[in-house]
Ligand binder design. Structure first.
Ligand code: C2E
Ligand code: MG
Ligand code: MG
Length: 677
């Protein structure tokens, strides 16, 4: 301590150089300052002496700052503080002031010495940092993809926007002057203002609110959260998020749920909704309305032969054409596949009939698809509310029933529902349900009808015929269920089952050492049109191990209507070594000129010609046999019931026959016995 005092002059010098120093009397008058003080304040010494410290006031210090100093000093305490002063050139400098009181022996303040460290750099850095932080906040807000806003009620109780920031503001096209305080009611859209103010008021009432705002180009999701002070809402902060895209995908999903992808028509679901609405409306106003069911005739053929892409194109064009035939208030829907439905609200039977007729006519004009003229027709069924049903389900079912009736009445026409139809249809629907069950529960089996060489009576083959033994109804004729199976597509699994079982059975007979025979299997059009039909046959032969020459496939003339397709398929079957017979020959309208181009083994004369056959009426049978001989084909007569028929056939040089005269269709066991003999 002594040393320190001893060194006082040099310490004083060091302090003098390092700090700015002032001495002030008890009245606040500056008595003297050092050079550093002058340098920092940028005043000349003479300008300072005799003045008060208030000359350096920057206005940056809170009121009462120096009050605090005086109190400390009068109590003899050292006072320390950061002070921001204004220099002569107006710039601000900051000091860390240490003010030391000088008292007399009675502890009265005489003067004080202020030793100030220059902290301008530090202060400026801090300020810069604060500013940066603040700026950063604003930059963040401004760059938010969302919008942030605040609003309050002004003195007159009008909604006032006090802040609006964020990129969304610009995106939705709000002009810049909305970033300043503004009355909400000055916005251009009265509709949006009315809508918003409802929610904004709820925010002001203290409620947290969120809602969607639909604008022409955008959909916003807006959240409002009130700011409370002393239990009162002073302001409400809000954010807005752009959910336009989300809404769009929602719309898309809704669309997918309610509209058909291919044709953009309403789908079944939407159709049913609209039907529900029509019902409610009609219950109120007592007006009748119509439900139409449409099904394109022979669409499957077109699809199978021209390919699915062209099929799709056709379905689209049909949809467009339908739209042109109906009134604005009507709804055309696609129910799936080639099925359409139309709802015609507030319409009488007569008017509905006119529209149905127009549709039939319009559909009869060809459709141009891929440079091809495609002709198609449609069958329409119509049910009327309230006559044909009081609820949606019945109306739909009855329109569907009427549509089936239209199909059965030769297609390309419309039919109204009648109560007679009802019985017919419900039987049919039952049958369809049962048919599904039959497949699952294996209610099918095959019987085999021998085919013989007329001259020797030797069995040369057998036709596999399908039998359905229904657990309750008993035997159901293939003539009754094959057409339905064909229509519903159930023929595909059934047909495969028949082929496989017939081949397996034939192989089993061969393996049992019986004379080998050819097994004839009927195939249906739908099966024949399956793109993988040949592969399927090939696979079955492989699986069952039956050699192809022991399989005969019976097709009908109708399957050769698409000549090039039939040629392709038949050639492939032929090259596998499989035989092909044309069943029921003479009843169809196959083009004879093409017959020679098909690799066919045999014609089966239809049983109607055989049953008509007498000494005097043999012309048709003779022609068929001659034709077969010309084309180098075998010929077999079906439905031979009498010896007389057999004799005549033999005389006409028909070599093979099948019919009750020889054997009824037999079980596999009975057939085995026959082959044994
Ligand atoms: P289809 O192929 O012309 O079969 C011959 C039909 O004539 C059989 O009737 C047979 O029982 C019957 N029939 C045989 N001999 C005589 C006779 O001397 N007099 C009379 N009146 N009828 C005789 P079924 O078994 O009732 O079959 C009817 C039709 O059902 C078949 O005609 C065929 O078109 C179809 N069918 C039968 N099984 C199958 C099958 O597995 N698949 C397909 N797609 N159709 C089949
Ligand atoms: Mg047959
Ligand atoms: Mg036949």
């Amino acid at each position: 301590m002594l040393n320190y005092l001893h060194d006082f002059p040099s310490i004083a010098r060091a302090i003098d150089q390092r700090f700015s120093i002032s001495v002030t009397d008890c009245n606040g008058i500056i008595l003297c300052v050092n050079d550093k003080f002058c340098k920092l304040s940028k005043y000349e010494r003479h300008e300072i002496i005799g003045q008060k410290h208030s000359m350096f006031d920057s206005g940056l210090l809170p009121d009462g700052h120096f009050q605090d100093m005086w109190e400390s000093l009068t109590q003899g305490k050292v006072w320390q503080s950061e002070v921001h002063n204004r220099a002569k050139d107006g710039t601000i400098y900051s000091i860390n002031a240490t003010v030391v009181p000088v008292q007399d022996e009675n502890s009265r303040l005489l003067k004080y010495i202020s030793i100030d460290a220059d902290i301008t750099d530090k202060f400026q850095m801090e300020e810069a940092l604060k500013k940066a932080l603040k700026n950063d906040f604003w930059t963040t807000v401004k760059n938010l993809q969302n919008a942030v806003f605040k609003y309050k009620e002004n003195e007159e109780g009008r909604l006032t926007l006090t802040m609006l920031e964020g990129k969304l503001v610009e995106k939705i096209g709000v002009p810049d002057d909305w970033k300043r305080e503004r009355l909400l009611e000055t916005m251009p859209s009265k509709r949006i203002f009315d809508y918003l103010s409802g929610y904004f008021r709820r925010g002001l009432a203290g409620e947290e609110v969120h809602f969607e705002l639909n604008m022409p180009q955008f959909t916003l999701l807006i959240y409002l959260s009130p700011l409370f002070e002393d239990g009162r809402v002073t302001e409400v902060v809000g954010t807005a998020i752009d959910i336009t895209e989300r809404k769009e995908s929602e719309r898309q999903v809704k669309k997918m749920a309610h509209y058909d992808d291919l044709t953009s028509l309403p789908n079944r679901r939407l159709f049913q909704k609209k039907l529900g609405k029509a019902l409610t409306a009609s219950e109120k106003n007592g007006e009748s309305f119509a439900v139409m069911f449409l099904d394109l005739d022979r669409f499957k053929n077109i699809n199978d032969t021209l390919g699915h892409n062209n099929g799709d194109l056709l379905l689209k064009k049909v949809a467009d054409r339908l739209q042109h035939c109906i009134r604005q208030t009507d709804t055309a829907a696609r129910l799936g596949g080639d099925e359409y439905a139309i709802l015609l609200p507030s319409i009488k039977r007569k008017e509905a009939e006119l529209i149905a007729r127009r549709i039939c006519e319009e559909m009869n004009h060809f459709f141009l698809i891929e440079k091809l003229d495609i002709f198609i027709s449609t069958s329409i069924g119509i049910s009327m509310y309230p006559d044909d049903g009081a609820n949606a389900e019945t109306l739909i079912r009855n329109a569907d029933a009427a549509m089936y009736f239209a199909k059965e009445s030769g297609k390309n026409n419309y039919q109204f529902f009648t109560s007679d139809l009802h019985r017919n249809i419900s039987e049919r629907m039952m049958l369809e349900r049962e048919l599904h069950r039959a497949i699952e529960e294996q209610q099918f089996h095959l019987v085999y009808q021998p085919q013989v060489d007329i001259a020797s009576n030797k069995i040369i083959g057998a036709e596999a015929l399908l039998r359905w033994n229904h657990p309750e109804t008993g035997f159901i004729s293939p003539a009754d269920f094959i057409p339905l199976a064909e229509e519903t597509g159930l023929i595909i699994p059934i047909g495969t089952w028949v082929l496989e079982h017939a081949c397996k059975q034939n192989k089993a007979w061969q393996d049992a050492g019986l004379n080998p025979i050819r097994i004839s299997v009927n195939v249906s059009l739908r099966q024949f049109m399956q793109h993988n039909f040949v592969e399927e046959v090939e696979r079955i032969l492989e699986r069952t191990g039956l050699a192809p020459e022991w399989l005969d496939i019976e097709i009908t003339e109708s399957m050769t209507a698409d000549v090039s397709y039939a040629q392709k398929i038949l050639n492939r079957l032929h090259s596998l070594g499989i035989h092909i017979s044309i069943d029921d020959f003479g009843t169809g309208y196959s083009s004879l000129s093409y017959l020679s181009s098909f690799p066919i083994t045999r014609l089966k004369i239809d049983q109607s010609f055989v049953s008509d056959l007498t000494e005097n009426r043999q012309a048709i049978v003779k022609t068929i046999i001659d034709l077969a001989q010309n084309l180098n084909l075998n010929v077999i007569a079906e439905g031979v019931e009498s010896k007389e028929q057999a004799r005549l056939l033999m005389a006409l040089k028909c070599e093979e026959a099948q019919g009750y005269l020889y054997a009824k269709p037999l079980s596999s066991e009975e057939m085995k016995k026959r082959l044994f003999n």
